[in-house]
Ligand binder design. Structure first.
Ligand code: CAA
Length: 384
């Protein structure tokens, strides 16, 4: 497996790093404090092509590969994990499913506008009683002539309160065994009967919108069905393979930010007459952090490289997401510890990093679910 980063990928990484430093970083603290969706920065991300990075040029995107996209999420998340997830969800599960499974007409209507950032995408799978058990969704789509009528509720939808286009999963045939009855639909924000419900107040990722969606007799033409009837569960799972690489990259960005802050702080903070970085207890903590971040990076790059080559990457994506998110949590917790009392205050950004890291272990499949995905893939490999 070649983990070499090409010149083109480096160029994109630099462009995004500069944008993150100049445009996103100065606003990161106020986004966290205000918990307001950073609409103007999202617009600027669209202006420089960030919202359509891995989308082919013929569909209005930049045509970069999945590794470049992953590097971009990492760089944005390094300064703002909230903007990192807005970008990740918009792209990997908000736009890519339409590109992968859409008809020509669906792609023409939705993809260029999403890639340009004129519209924002979201992915609506989770329900109050169907989180880890994604087959348990109850939102219904009943076929009535040449249309479908959707009724139900979704929760914890990232970009939920702000998106224009939602890929929504609903049961079309409850008589068919579990996942065979799930179908995907494209729902536009202004469709009658659709509304955004409660917006969540979260521990972290302030500024990223997490909302409930309500569907009451939402009538959709059959042309808004994504893929065939009964294909929905597999569409969701296959797109989450890519999405989880994005979350791994987000976690990697958060961990790196915390680590860099720790390196700077421990060299400048003096106790007992010397910089605390000179104490072995601190050095071993930094060494462990550096090792975990490097391992998370290798797993994430590997999964992204497989995705870029259109090869199966479910197991690798789950490994990357699981390991990178655990790394983000352990590194940010240890960095708060190294900052001592200051780390527990809002004077430094490290407490934000710790709050932001937690959700990477939870969304796009909890880390317990990632282990199930990995174990299932191993079991399959053993029988092949
Ligand atoms: N690609 C394509 N097909 C897949 C697939 C994949 N990656 N994974 C599974 N499938 C197929 C299987 O082959 C199987 O098909 P057949 O019956 O034809 O063989 C079918 O889907 C059912 O698969 P399983 O039997 O494995 O399904 P399961 O119900 O036992 O479990 C699960 C699957 C892994 C637990 C799954 O439900 C899961 O991933 N749960 C977590 C849900 C999740 O990640 N939610 C995230 C919400 S989105 C989000 O968080 C975004 C955000 O806001 C940040």
């Amino acid at each position: 497996m070649d983990l070499h980063v090409t010149e083109e990928q480096r160029a994109i990484q630099k462009l995004v790093r500069d944008f993150a430093r100049d445009v996103v970083a100065p606003a990161a603290k106020s986004i966290d404090q205000s918990d307001e969706f950073p609409r103007s920065i999202v617009k600027k991300m669209g202006d420089i092509g960030l919202l359509g990075l891995p989308i082919p040029e013929e569909w209005g995107g930049v045509g970069a590969d999945y590794v470049s996209y992953m590097l971009a999420i990492e760089e944005i998340s390094y300064v703002s994990a909230a903007l990192g997830v807005i970008l990740a969800v918009h792209t990997s599960v908000g736009t890519m499913p339409i590109l992968a499974f859409g008809t020509e007409e669906q792609k023409r209507v939705f993809v260029p506008a999403l890639a340009a950032g004129e519209k924002l995408g979201a992915f609506a799978l989770t329900e109050p009683n169907a989180g880890s058990d994604a087959q348990g969704i109850r939102t219904r789509a009943e076929r009535v002539g040449d249309a479908y009528v959707l009724n139900g509720q979704k929760v914890f939808i990232t970009n939920g309160g702000e998106a224009d286009v939602y890929t929504v999963f609903a049961v079309t045939d409850s008589a068919r065994a579990a996942h065979g009855g799930v179908t995907a639909f494209l729902v536009e924000r202004d469709t009658p009967g659709f509304r955004v419900g409660r917006k969540e107040e979260k521990m972290g990722l302030h500024g990223s919108s997490t909302a409930e969606l309500i569907f009451e007799d939402v009538k959709l033409p059959a042309a808004r069905r994504l893929g065939g009837e009964g294909d929905g569960f597999k569409i969701a799972m296959s797109q989450l393979d890519g999405g989880r690489i994005g979350i791994a990259a987000q976690a990697l960005g958060i961990a790196r930010a915390a680590f860099d802050a720790a390196c700077a702080y421990t060299q400048s903070r003096t106790q007992f007459g010397r910089a605390i970085s000179e104490f072995q207890a601190v050095q071993t903590m930094l060494a462990d952090m550096a090792m975990k971040i490097e391992a998370a990076r290798l797993l994430t790059y590997r999964a992204a490289t497989l995705r870029a080559a259109h090869k199966p990457c479910g197991k690798e994506a789950s490994m990357a997401k699981l390991y990178a998110s655990d790394t983000a949590m352990s590194v940010t917790t240890d960095v708060v510890q190294l900052f001592g009392g200051y780390g527990y205050t809002k004077e430094y950004p490290v407490e934000r990093y710790m709050r932001d890291a937690k959700v990477t272990q939870i969304y796009e499949g909890t880390n317990q679910i990632q282990r199930i995905v990995i174990a299932k893939a191993l079991a399959k490999e053993m029988t092949e």
